[in-house]
Design a protein around this ligand. Sequence first.
Ligand SMILES: *[C@@H]1O[C@H](CO)[C@@H](O)[C@H](O)[C@H]1NC(C)=O
Ligand SMILES: *[C@@H]1O[C@H](CO)[C@@H](O)[C@H](O)[C@H]1NC(C)=O
Ligand SMILES: *[C@@H]1O[C@H](CO)[C@@H](O)[C@H](O)[C@H]1NC(C)=O
Length: 265
Amino acid sequence: MQFFAFLSLLTAVRAAVVPAVGSSGHFHSPVPLDAVPQGKNITINGVLTYVSLPKGRFDPTVAVLLLTGELAPSSSSSQGSGADQWAAAGFATYAPDYLNGDALPTGGNVTTWAVNHGEAQTTPPLLAVISALKSHGVKQIATTGYCFGGLYTTRLVQNNTITVGTMAHPSSLNVPTDFELVKAQSHVPVEINNAELDTGFTPPLAVETDGVLGDGQYAPGYLRRQFDGVGHGFAVSLALSDPVQVAAKQGAFDTSLAFFKKHLK
Ligand SMILES: *[C@@H]1O[C@H](CO)[C@@H](O)[C@H](O)[C@H]1NC(C)=O
Ligand SMILES: *[C@@H]1O[C@H](CO)[C@@H](O)[C@H](O)[C@H]1NC(C)=O
Ligand SMILES: *[C@@H]1O[C@H](CO)[C@@H](O)[C@H](O)[C@H]1NC(C)=O
């Protein structure tokens, strides 16, 4: 407790911006998994959204909102299979294309790309989909964000727009100030899956985040789990031949799922 209090004092003066990570910084090659998409592309309030529904009965008042990273459109197979995995776990799942049809191509320059993917461009389509879900009877939104989607999960947590938020290897946010804002104004529980080898949200930044939210300091609920031997992108794509990667991806999913179940009513 004292150590963390000291740590947050020490680091408050040097807030770090976690950069968006281009394809070369992804630990795993962002090759789509060759799963057949179970969901459909639907335009919701003007925004192309990949929608995947559970096969059996499900609660239509609860939605999972999946916020992709910068590399893949929500409908592509790797991130689509992520949405399908959430649907298979029993949740109506929505992955809006908040990249406005302009995902970062493999090998593309993330700095140049980011100029047209600031909050001014990204927030309106995101909020358009959320508003449509709410006006169609969705009462609880569980958000899961990957990479670049970590920033927007954090914004939705800060703004108390959602019920619960989880993220994996977040980027594009600011440590510790974005989490200090969470602590100051949010009542939304938050969970983070981070990677030991992430060059953006590094283990020291993860520990700094704990210094703000951990150790019971954030009453709504906080959990962080680090996955060793994997890097940025591990919760989205993987080499199926590597058991460490397979276990980490599944572990991140299971941790977020358990956190959702704990905090959804
Ligand atoms: C959804 O649309 C995207 C972009 O146009 C396309 O790449 C993808 O294959 C589509 N997915 C489905 C399931 O139709
Ligand atoms: C990406 O673009 C930025 C700004 O235009 C430039 O400074 C940088 O060198 C480029 N990076 C690469 C890897 O080409
Ligand atoms: C959150 O609230 C801030 C402050 O009002 C606003 O600038 C931002 O666009 C909001 N972001 C989201 C994703 O709701």
